[in-house]
Design a protein around this ligand. Structure first.
Ligand code: HEM
Length: 350
């Protein structure tokens, strides 16, 4: 999961974004508005996981049945997990919601294994997995290891609703902040041009693009926080915490607290850009951790960020987009998701 591993997929993600745009154009009504963009964001996220972790084009944006089933199953697992994980272990195997959750996870495993087996078979004939994470893992773990399948499975479980909902909020924040969108467009013009393609070098220069992503995830982190079990007796903020206690860091409370961020409700990517007058020095290094922290932090974060950068770059390069409906907030039932339809208007720039 080194930084370079994710950048290997820039061109693949660019192709997926072309498919995203085809789908978007089909979904637009006479006023060039899409009814709700969230589903398309999920489809893009799953297609991206397919390319990056399973070495396979799942054709979700093109409407594949596999994609529909996978999104449905993963979304259901996430919703049920909220209830299932709080059931005491001893009785869990007898509780219907838990049993259904286990069945769904089995289905997802079988579905991802089927694709991996096919990708490996094709690779033997045409070398199509050359350079991919999947091949590196197979080479490292050996042909009989289960680890590549487990990793792909984790990526499917952890990489659809997460990136999909984060993407939805990112687009919402840019759609409701036209001045910031314009500033990003100017950065795109300066670094890549109106028709140019993203490259590794260009991405390294695009500080405002990255700041937009970081700022959006600060305001609307889709993981409400992270949980750890105390490994030893400890004192936290004056409270005695016995070993074994579940401790939850409610990250969204810190990332939207004016103790740590000036005007915390405002979407202000400039606060992350050194040299901008609005740049803010961190008051607490742990105040904004949308991907968690430490050895158990999100393993997919570099991939997720690349997906988000490519999504935003491609859409802002091609369109001016706006939203004039009721304010959309975050609904935390399991993962955070938009509490209203992403009814966005897209006007072509040329
Ligand atoms: C914007 C999208 C995403 C967000 C916001 C996100 C967020 C998170 C968070 C908060 C955690 C828990 C970290 C902790 O406890 O410190 C996590 C764990 C994890 N994420 Fe992500 N994630 C995203 C996308 C992805 C993707 C695309 C993958 C695909 C590989 C992925 C795979 C995982 C895995 C496997 C874990 C468990 C890591 C472990 O327990 O060691 N995530 N993610």
């Amino acid at each position: 999961m080194r930084p370079k591993s994710a950048l290997f997929y820039i061109d693949e993600l660019s192709e997926l974004m072309d498919e995203f745009i085809v789908k978007l154009e089909n979904d637009l009504d006479n006023n060039r508005k899409v009814e709700d963009l969230s589903e398309t964001c999920y489809e893009y996220a799953l297609d991206a996981v397919g390319v990056m972790f399973i070495g396979t084009k799942l054709k979700v944006l093109q409407g594949s049945e596999y994609g529909k089933q996978m999104i449905d199953k993963v979304t259901r697992v996430f919703n049920q997990l909220v209830v299932a994980q709080s059931i005491p272990h001893k009785i869990a195997p007898y509780v219907p919601v838990y049993k259904e959750c286990v069945e769904l996870c089995k289905d997802i495993y079988i579905m991802s294994k089927e694709k991996i087996d096919a990708a490996v078979k094709n690779h033997k004939e045409d070398g199509s997995l050359e350079g991919t994470i999947l091949l590196k893992m197979i080479e490292r773990c050996g042909p009989d290891s289960d680890i590549p399948v487990v990793m792909a499975n984790d990526a499917l479980l952890a990489g659809i609703d997460t990136t999909g909902n984060t993407a939805a909020f990112l687009l919402y924040h840019l759609a409701t902040n036209p001045d910031k969108q314009e500033k990003l467009y100017q950065e795109i013009l300066q670094v890549i041009g109106a028709q140019g393609m993203m490259t590794e070098e260009a991405l390294a220069e695009m500080r405002y693009l990255k700041a937009c992503q970081q700022e959006s995830a600060r305001i609307a982190p889709i993981a409400i926080g992270t949980i750890r079990t105390a490994g030893q007796d400890m004192v936290l903020s004056g409270y005695q915490i016995p070993k074994g206690t579940f401790v939850m860091r409610v990250g969204v409370m810190m990332s939207t607290d004016d103790k740590y961020f000036d005007d915390p409700e405002a979407f202000m990517p400039e606060r992350w850009v050194r040299g901008c007058p609005q740049h803010q020095k961190p008051r607490n290094a742990h105040a904004n951790l949308p991907f968690g922290h430490g050895p158990r932090a999100c393993v997919g974060q570099r991939f997720a960020k690349l997906e988000l950068y490519m999504l935003l770059f491609k859409l802002v390069q091609k369109y001016k987009f706006s939203y004039d409906g009721p304010a959309i907030g975050i609904n935390y039932f399991g993962l955070g998701s938009p509490n209203g339809p992403l009814n966005i208007k897209f006007e072509k720039r040329m």
